[in-house]
Design a protein around this ligand. Structure first.
Ligand code: ADP
Ligand code: MG
Length: 315
């Protein structure tokens, strides 16, 4: 495969008007490439258009305009090949209650035309930890097991690209960790390209090499996670004084002081404009002797807030 597992150009989606609802422009011309072999995070507030984009990739929603190439295949020219390259774990639990996990995986493989000899049903059951539930009825499975089964169903046709839409929304910590370790393994051991949406920004920060942020149907950022974090100039210096700090402290302009209940001073500053040494100097001048000093780096959450806020101002 080339450099990009997915190439999206000028992608638009307008949902038709219905039942008293006006038409809704959910995607407003998205250009986006997703690198082969990456773990890619698609982030954005509720209603931003994440599921719409993913469902277009999956062939579940018809786009209004634009080009989508999946694994080199144009979705409109080679719909079968482009669908075969991608496996999607949807946001909603849509289960057939009459099948067992083994039955579900077999039926799904059949739908994708995977011949019996090429099926890896046992391997998938093992990967999702449902070997001992292989013959249980779906309605007897817990919510977590159902989600794992959805992951399994996304894998039956051995796709090169795995898409997960909010896989950990509302699931417990144990299941979340299991899902993420599975996903990491598929990426590392099989080189699978992973695309996920999540609104747990910390999770995206830990999991994803590259990130795109969409807001109101437009792309507002797209970079490596490291670059997105690096572009933030906001920093915090946390100083625990030897003795209670005085009420009046003259600080360099642009430094914002928060006094914590435990006596620590939190100083927010812009590292592009102010040096931490100047802040410490000002504290010394005010008679503050630090017992302990720490800095806090920006998190994806800060980047996200900053970007979605400035996009709202531009609206
Ligand atoms: P996200 O996944 O980022 O929360 P969605 O892609 O689900 O966002 O939704 C984007 C916008 O499109 C929202 O305003 C949503 O209400 C609207 N929308 C989604 N699906 C439909 C649909 N089937 N019909 C009409 N509007 C829809
Ligand atoms: Mg969604």
């Amino acid at each position: 495969m080339g450099e990009n597992a997915i190439e999206i150009e000028g992608l638009c989606k307008t949902y038709a008007a219905g039942a008293g609802q006006p038409p809704k422009e959910a995607l407003k011309g998205i250009d986006l490439n997703i690198s082969t072999g990456s773990i890619f995070g698609l982030l954005g507030p509720n209603g931003a258009g994440k599921s719409t984009l993913i469902n277009i990739l999956a062939g579940l929603v018809t786009k209004t305009a634009g080009k989508v190439r999946i694994w080199g295949f144009d979705q409109d020219v080679n719909p079968r090949q482009s669908r075969a390259a991608i496996g999607v774990m949807p946001q909603e639990l849509n289960m057939d209650p009459f099948f067992t996990p083994r039955g579900s995986l077999e039926v799904q493989a059949g739908l994708y035309g995977v011949p019996k000899s090429a099926r890896k049903t046992d391997e998938i059951l093992d990967l999702i930890g449902l070997t001992d539930k292989a013959h249980a009825y779906a309605r007897s499975l817990s919510g977590g097991m159902k989600r794992r089964l959805l992951l399994g169903k996304a894998l039956v046709h051995h796709p090169q690209i795995l898409v997960l839409d909010e896989p950990t929304a509302g699931v417990d910590i144990e299941l979340r960790q299991m899902l993420w370790s599975n996903v990491r393994r598929l990426n590392r051991e099989r080189g699978m390209t992973i695309i996920l949406t999540t609104h747990y920004l910390q999770e995206a920060e830990e999991m994803c090499d590259e990130i795109a942020i969409i807001n109101h149907g437009s792309l507002i950022a797209r970079d490596t996670t490291a670059n997105l974090l690096g572009q933030m100039d906001a920093k915090t210096l946390v100083v625990m004084p030897e003795a209670p700090a005085p009420d009046a402290i003259a600080l360099p302009e642009g430094v914002h002081l928060n006094r914590r209940a435990d006596g620590a001073l939190e100083l927010d500053y812009n590292r592009g404009r102010i040096a931490a040494g100047d802040i410490l100097g000002a504290l010394a001048q005010a008679g503050v002797t630090p017992r302990d000093v720490a800095t806090r780096e920006p998190h994806l959450e800060d980047v996200f807030l900053e970007l979605t806020r400035s996009a709202a101002r531009a609206d």
